[in-house]
Structure formats: structure tokens, C-alpha cells
Ligand binder design. Structure first.
Ligand code: HEC
Length: 178
């Protein structure tokens, strides 16, 4: 009885894998980026991401002091490495941001000010698998990453000098052929 159930279960898994292979091998598995992610895919991906962050994100406060100089350095780093996908202060998406699967949020509009800084640090350090969000652990130092995190946390309430620097980051909106 138990043996029969085990053989049955193994058979069902094998049949499932074979069906999956056939769907993929005959070009019926969606490989395009110009699609809306199905609800199930989104749900599983969000759950996995939240669980990994809850387990691994640093719990310490931001080690970088909240000064104008550090905020401005964070903005300068953001302009080079992030704005192409996450936009400038006008929150207008670039062609690249527009074409990504998953879409890159325009952070001036859909910011992460309410998230824990450790969570944002984790996303910058490790990236987000199967999205365009890169891992920056090998390109930026911990100090640089925490400065960007500081900027993102305070993006909607910047003091005047950092606000000026943020407003000066060029718009990435190239639609219209400019
Ligand atoms: C090539 C495009 C690309 C670049 C460059 C990029 N990102 Fe992302 N990023 C994404 C995408 C796509 C997502 C959405 C992932 C998802 O749906 O889970 C994302 C997600 C995020 C999130 C989570 C947003 C949220 O609402 O939870 C943060 C924060 C973030 N990126 C910050 C940055 C920072 C800071 C940089 C630069 C150091 C950067 N990203 C560079 C594409 C990019």
C-alpha cells in the first residue's frame, strides 16, 4: 500500500517534470519580457523575497551619519548606478525601466522611505533574483551602499542642499526622441 503510494507519487512528479519540459522545449513557456507577471509567480516571488530578507537583512541601524555630505554622496552614487532604472526626481521611467520584467519602480513616486534600512541594504547588496535588480556587493563598498540607503530612506524629506543635488539629477525620460 505504502509502496504503491510512493511509486504513484514519484510517477506523478516525473509526469509533471516531463510535461514542464515539453512545454518549455516546444516554445510554449513564456520567455518574453513584454508580459505581465502571472499572479502566482508574483505571489511566490514576493513570499520568497520577504522570507529571505526577514532571515538575512542586517538589523543594525545605518552606520552612516545623516549629514548633508553623506546624503549628497548617496545621491551621486544613485545617479550613476540606479537612475537608469529607478528614475530621477521627476519619476519618469527611462526606456530601460519601461521594458524590464519585472518593472523597476520609479522611486521618487513609489519610494522605500517606510522600509527598514536593513531591508533596502539587503536588496542593494544581493540584488533581486530574476528581475533586473543587480547585486552591487562587488561594485560598491559597504560605506557607499549605506550612503545610498540613507538617501533612499530620506528621499521625501531632504534638507535643502541634498534636495538641490537630487533635483539636479537629469531626467531619464527619453520618450519623444530627445
Ligand atoms: C537594470 C535596472 C536596475 C538597476 C540599474 C537598479 N535596479 Fe533596483 N530594481 C530593479 C527592478 C526591476 C526592481 C523590482 C524588483 C521586484 O519586482 O521585486 C528593483 C527593485 C529595487 C528596490 C525595491 C523597491 C521596492 O519597492 O521594494 C530598491 C530599493 C532598489 N531596486 C534600489 C536600487 C538602487 C539603490 C540601485 C542602484 C544602486 C538600483 N536599484 C539599481 C531594477 C534595477
Amino acid at each position: 500500500m505504502v509502496k504503491g503510494m510512493i511509486v504513484g507519487a514519484i510517477g506523478a512528479v516525473a509526469a509533471g517534470l516531463a510535461a514542464f519540459y515539453l512545454v518549455a522545449a516546444t516554445g510554449h513557456f513564456p520567455a518574453n519580457a513584454d508580459a505581465q507577471p502571472p499572479a502566482l509567480e508574483k505571489w511566490i516571488a514576493r513570499k520568497a523575497l520577504a522570507a529571505a530578507i526577514a532571515r538575512e537583512a542586517p538589523k543594525n541601524p545605518n552606520p552612516v551619519a545623516e549629514t548633508d555630505a553623506n546624503l549628497i554622496e548617496g545621491i551621486k552614487l544613485y545617479a550613476v548606478d540606479c537612475a537608469v532604472c529607478h528614475g530621477a526626481a521627476d519619476a519618469k521611467a527611462s526606456h530601460i525601466a519601461h521594458g524590464l520584467y519585472q518593472k523597476a519602480p520609479q522611486l521618487a513616486k513609489y519610494g522605500v522611505e517606510d522600509d527598514d534600512e536593513g531591508e533596502t541594504y539587503w536588496k542593494l547588496y544581493h540584488g533581486i533574483r530574476m528581475t533586473g535588480m543587480p547585486a552591487f556587493r562587488e561594485s560598491l563598498t559597504e560605506d557607499q551602499l549605506w550612503k545610498i540607503v540613507l538617501f533612499l530612506k530620506n528621499m521625501d524629506s531632504l534638507p535643502s542642499a541634498p534636495q538641490k543635488a537630487w533635483d539636479a539629477v537629469p531626467s531619464l525620460d527619453k520618450r519623444g526622441g530627445a
